[in-house]
Design a protein around this ligand. Structure first.
Ligand code: HPA
Length: 274
């Protein structure tokens, strides 16, 4: 037994008869998406062996199952971050457990800082690619061939079909959807203005402290991945005299949660999930 197969077994026991091919990961301030789940059944992360316990304000830790737009889904409400001290193998354990439970599509959300003047706080950005700036990687260590291969491709980590579907459905809902490259910084501090300038030169459009580990584990396990950032602030130094804090992240929460919920509910109706 691996830690993720133990977790999968515990989920099966806690949520009998519940399965789904789609899973959603909700980031900071996006708890309201979870409220839209119909016929919900949930299990606290505390009750799933090996699941890391998120500690940041604005995060709850529970796995919900139910239907969204008529489709069965698992929803991870709250996630653990590397900066909390969790080993990356623990950060990605929920993704691996869900893969063992038959999940084929993973949709991740997060809060991120904008590196582009034309991408304002309150807006959404669909990830088209990422930069792993952390120097860390959840795949370091022995490879489990039951999950995937040692060397795996990341050329189209963010699935082209899912990206098309997100674009379509954002348009249908009148939700403005930016697109760009997300850079993973370990945190927990916000970046320095010099780091933000450097990341812009590197070609990043947004910066955040999550998502990339889960995307790596998901791609390793062969899942289709889509990810959307809720932009909570401009990067450090981009707005004169502005100081960044977690309040900024939570303040944009209502606007972002509203458009993210509308987009996700429409996206889940898309025939691409059949
Ligand atoms: N930097 C890193 N992570 C973030 C930011 C930021 O500016 N905003 C929200 N998450």
């Amino acid at each position: 037994m691996t830690p993720y197969s133990t977790a999968a077994k515990a989920i099966r026991a806690a949520l009998p008869g519940r399965s789904a091919r789609i899973a959603l990961v909700l980031g900071s301030g996006l708890g309201p998406v979870a409220d839209a789940v119909e016929n919900p059944a949930s299990v606290p992360f505390d009750d799933i062996p090996g699941f890391p316990k998120p500690a940041v304000e604005g995060h709850h830790g529970r796995l919900i199952h139910g239907t969204l737009s008529g489709r069965e889904v698992f929803v991870l409400q709250g996630r653990a971050h590397a900066y909390e001290g969790h080993p990356l193998s623990d950060v990605v354990l929920p993704v691996r457990a869900l893969a063992l439970l038959g999940v084929e599509t993973l949709v991740l959300t997060n809060a991120a800082g904008s590196l582009r003047e034309d991408m304002a706080p309150g807006s959404l950005m669909m990830l088209t690619d990422h930069i792993n700036w952390s120097g860390a990687n959840p795949l370091i260590g022995p490879n489990d061939p039951a999950l995937g291969s040692r060397f795996f491709d990341m050329t189209q980590a963010y699935d082209i079909g899912l990206r098309d579907a997100l674009r379509r459905n954002a348009e249908a809902q009148g939700v403005a959807l930016n697109e760009g490259t997300y850079l993973w910084a370990l945190g927990p501090n916000f970046e320095t203005p010099a780091e933000i300038r450097a990341f812009r030169i590197l070609g990043a459009d947004a910066v955040g402290m999550s998502t990339v580990p889960e995307v790596l584990a998901a791609r390793h396990a062969g899942l289709r991945v889509a990810a959307i950032s809720g932009i909570t602030n401009f990067g450090a130094g981009m707005v004169a005299n502005e100081i960044l804090d977690h309040e900024h992240t939570l303040k944009q929460g209502a606007t972002i949660a509203e458009s993210m919920t509308r987009l996700l509910l429409e996206f889940l109706k898309d025939p691409i999930h059949e």
